[in-house]
Ligand binder design. Structure first.
Ligand code: ARG
Length: 573
């Protein structure tokens, strides 16, 4: 095993089990200071309480049972019961060589692959994508990349908002305008005009309601217009996905309309299980544990009093479909945190219905993008910010950064780099914070060349690539044995060997910021290494080859890590 953290966790657990007859968590951490070794096994304090023995004695018992072979140079008990572990430089060097000769850079595939359904992006037809859908799209796409890389079977589901009563007024408005749905320049305007007329014009509203009935009844000419409208919206979404470089494809769309034919049987099943009852004319589920302030049970409305099905019914049909037909063992909903209550109730009802046996359903919640005033991000005119405009501005601003930093590139190269930096900047800024938190949209911070930003990481990568090209031109080849002598060299090597753990924890928690923290650590450690350890001018040929190998692995870890986040790494910047 070449992931030192995994190695110590396995050895620590084995030692604890042998010593205490139970597999307590060894609590392995990277040491924050050199004098505490490379890693610490911190489980002794908690185990001491459980087994009723002094912590230092427990720590010593763990040390006595540890079997780490040639991996370890020094193991010692310190402080109240920490176990400090220092790894052998030769073992670290060999581990780096193994990672460098591995196409997966030391990242193991999972032993038991799951079928993971990831519901993300999911914009609404006849509305342009806005910044809220940006978050779902960017976070969801990073997660499917990570899960797929680890060998899981990933099923992308774009739960398009393509059904509901609003389509009555939209279609009726199109009819009045003599449009069939194609070539709509401004989807938002269409939506706004239609809803304005719906409010102001009673005869229009009446026709719109009839149109809903026609749509639900499958009237061919109404369905044809609805189809055209959905197709036109999808064309807009596809353009957005292409610019963002996300992996969603038309085949991943399974919109709300898809579940229409499954609603009756879904509800019938819930009814037969006795999970539904009438409440003020509406058919509702009352999952346990959900009560209002006055203690009355809260309903999940399955069928409205007018007989129509809504968002919740569709999600019930969808979760059932995902488990039964798609065979999901894990379902991740990448949706705004403000829908947390909806998903908590949905999962509770699905649980009651027995649909989640052996299945994990998770709401991958994210916060709101705020403007500088701390309120939801809007244009100066107070409108929602359209994704397409936002991305254009990002690339434009990035072009200025690139012209300043990389004047030697050709115009075409500069344009390509500006796209990578602009789009990458927006995406990374969305990913590097804990996703449940709100964040303030800030052009300067997201495109800064220093700090935890995409441009910093992209430039760090490009600088290493350029050094490697220079080395190649001088006939120097990266090669082992890898020397791990200088503290900065050691710190970089330890960071590189943490890639496996970073990708796996990102997948476990469905938290892309963990991978961001990791790539930033690698880039920072490389910067420190490069300042104190000359590479091309190393003291000996052997040392130069070794450092080139470490640098080459660094570039690959950065490129792969950023690619898993959906961010491009230009070769030359
Ligand atoms: N279309 C919804 C919205 O824009 C998001 C759908 C999320 N997915 C789901 N299965 N409910 O808010």
């Amino acid at each position: 095993m070449r992931d030192p953290l995994a190695l110590l966790e396995a050895a620590g657990t084995a030692a604890i089990t042998a010593a205490f007859g139970r597999p307590f968590d060894p609590v392995v951490r990277r040491s924050q200071r050199e004098q505490f070794g490379d890693f610490q096994i911190n489980g002794a304090m908690a185990i001491a309480k459980e087994v009723g023995r002094p912590p230092r004695e427990v720590a010593q018992t763990i040390v006595d049972h540890l079997s780490l072979g040639d991996a370890v140079e020094k193991v010692e008990v310190a402080g109240p019961g920490f176990v400090n572990v220092t790894l052998r430089p030769s073992w670290l060097g060999a581990a780096v060589e193994a990672a460098a000769s591995d196409a997966r850079l030391g990242v193991a595939v999972v032993g038991a692959p799951e079928t993971v359904v990831v519901d993300y992006s999911s914009p609404n037809v006849a509305k342009e994508m806005h910044v809220g859908h940006l978050r779902s799209t960017v976070i969801g796409d990073a997660l499917v990349r990570v899960l797929g890389y680890l060998g899981h079977q990933v099923v992308r589901q774009n739960h398009l908002g393509d059904w509901g009563t609003q389509f009555g007024m939209l279609i009726e408005h199109l009819v009045d305008q003599g449009l069939d749905g194609g070539g709509i320049a401004d989807l938002n305007a269409l939506y706004q005009e239609a809803s304005q007329r719906f409010k102001d014009d009673e005869s229009f509203a009446e026709r719109a309601r009839k149109r809903v009935v026609a749509l639900q009844g499958g009237d061919p000419s109404t369905l044809a217009r609805w189809d055209a409208l959905v197709a036109e919206s999808q064309r807009h979404f596809e353009m957005g996905y292409a610019r963002l470089g996300v992996t969603l494809e038309p085949g991943d769309v399974r919109g709300e309309s898809f579940y229409n034919s499954l609603l009756d049987e879904t509800v019938a099943e819930l009814e037969s299980l006795g999970l539904l009852r009438m409440d003020e004319g509406a058919l509702c589920a009352f999952p346990p544990g959900f009560t209002g302030r006055d203690g009355t049970p809260l309903p999940l409305i399955v069928r409205k009093s007018d007989g129509g099905y809504g968002y919740a019914a569709t999600d019930l049909a969808a979760i059932r479909y995902r488990v039964r037909e798609l065979r999901a063992t894990r379902i991740a909903y990448v949706v705004d945190a403000r829908q947390g209550h909806h998903f908590a109730m949905l999962f509770a009802v699905a649980q009651q219905a027995g649909w989640l046996e052996g299945v994990r359903a998770e709401h991958v919640a994210f916060g709101t993008i705020l403007g500088p005033d701390g309120r939801p991000f809007r244009t100066r005119e107070g409108d929602t910010v359209k994704l397409a405009d936002l991305l254009s501005e990002a690339v434009e601003r990035a072009a200025a950064v690139v012209a300043d930093k990389s004047p030697e590139l050709s115009d075409a190269e500069q344009a390509a780099v500006a796209r990578a930096v602009g789009i990458g900047g927006v995406k990374y800024f969305d990913l590097f914070n804990d996703r449940v938190k709100d964040y303030v949209f800030d052009w300067d911070r997201m495109l800064a060349k220093e700090g935890n930003t995409a441009p910093y990481l992209q430039y760090a990568h490009a600088r290493i690539r350029s050094m490697l090209r220079r080395a190649e031109a001088e006939g120097c080849v990266p090669a082992g044995p890898v020397v791990v002598e200088h503290p900065a060299e050691r710190a970089l090597v330890l960071a590189l060997l943490g890639f496996n753990d970073a990708v796996h924890t990102t997948a476990q928690h469905l938290e892309p910021h963990r991978l961001c923290t990791y790539v930033f650590e690698v880039a920072s450690e490389f910067t420190a290494f490069y300042e104190s350890c000359p590479v091309l001018r190393a003291e000996s040929d052997a040392l130069r080859s070794s450092r080139l190998l470490v640098a080459a692995l660094t570039a690959r870890v950065l490129a792969t890590g950023l690619d898993l986040l959906g961010i491009e790494t230009p070769e030359r910047m």
